[in-house]
Design a protein around this ligand. Structure first.
Ligand SMILES: O=P(O)(O)O[C@H]1O[C@H](CO)[C@@H](O)[C@H]1O
Ligand SMILES: O=c1cc[nH]c(=O)[nH]1
Length: 237
């Protein structure tokens, strides 16, 4: 069997799929963090792998950038491949004064300028939130590893290059921690399909201060995020 965008067979994916935006990052995760990883899909070069972590099956697959791309892959994984949990592992731009580059953020909720959740929710505002069990497992895994994780509202933006004046100042005044481009879409698809999702993000740059991470810093915070995500995947009921 194959879907329009995934060439795997049914049973090729684990119940839990980690999703970075970048498919090459999916390959790095599979090669460095999973045991016995094998490629299960490569349609459009959106690479997906399944292996094990501490003996339990786990998959990793790229989502692409933006809500439309994430929505396609998440929908097909949830509805055609019996996937129950998706853990997004991505990067974000810090917005709040209280977050700094390298911080790890768990998106309890995701605000957005995208209309996709309204489209699927009869024109009403939909509160795009993480699954509580996955959120708890993620925060617990971070605490157990001595890694500080900030938990709160992020903003899933349609545009990376947004020309609206004071766009980020408005977010900051509403307590948004960071900006990224997929979480609200992922949470909407999870709700629509009765499945579970959480997003874990590392702050790669700060949109208010202009601070950005060096390659080494990015690698360290990426490792912390992966530890949290994999332990949460192993520990979540
Ligand atoms: O690092 P990833 O997961 O791709 O996430 C962030 O990076 C991309 C923009 O550069 C967007 O996908 C945004 O959400
Ligand atoms: O979407 C994103 C991701 C990282 N940094 C940003 O400024 N935006």
């Amino acid at each position: 069997m194959a879907t329009p965008h995934i060439s795997a067979e049914r049973g090729d994916f684990a119940e839990t799929v980690l999703m970075p935006g970048d498919p090459l990052r999916a390959r790095v995760i599979a090669e460095n963090y999973l045991d016995n990883a094998r490629e299960v899909t490569s349609t459009r070069n959106m690479l997906g792998y399944t292996g094990t972590y501490r003996g339990a099956p786990v998959s990793v697959m790229g989502s692409g950038m933006g809500i439309p791309s994430m929505s396609i892959y998440a929908f097909e994984l949830y509805t055609q491949y019996d996937v129950e949990k998706i853990i997004r592992v991505g990067t974000c731009g810090g917005v709040s004064d209280s977050v700094a580059v390298r911080d790890i953020i768990v998106a309890m909720g995701a605000s957005t300028d995208s209309s996709v959740n309204r489209t699927r929710f009869g024109g009403h505002d939909f509160a795009a939130i993480a699954d509580f069990g996955l959120l708890e497992a993620t925060v617990g895994a971070a605490r157990a590893a001595g890694i500080e994780a900030r938990v709160g509202n992020v903003f899933s933006s349609e545009l990376f290059y947004n020309p609206t004046p004071d766009f980020f100042a408005m977010m900051q005044s509403h307590g948004i921690l960071a900006v990224e481009m997929e979480a609200a879409g992922l949470y909407g698809v999870a709700a629509e399909t009765g499945k579970r999702a959480v997003s874990i993000l590392t702050v790669s740059d700060h949109v208010m201060t202009g601070a950005s991470t060096s390659a080494d810093e990015r690698q360290n915070s990426f490792q912390d995020m992966m530890k949290v995500a994999l332990e949460a995947a192993a520990g979540a009921n």
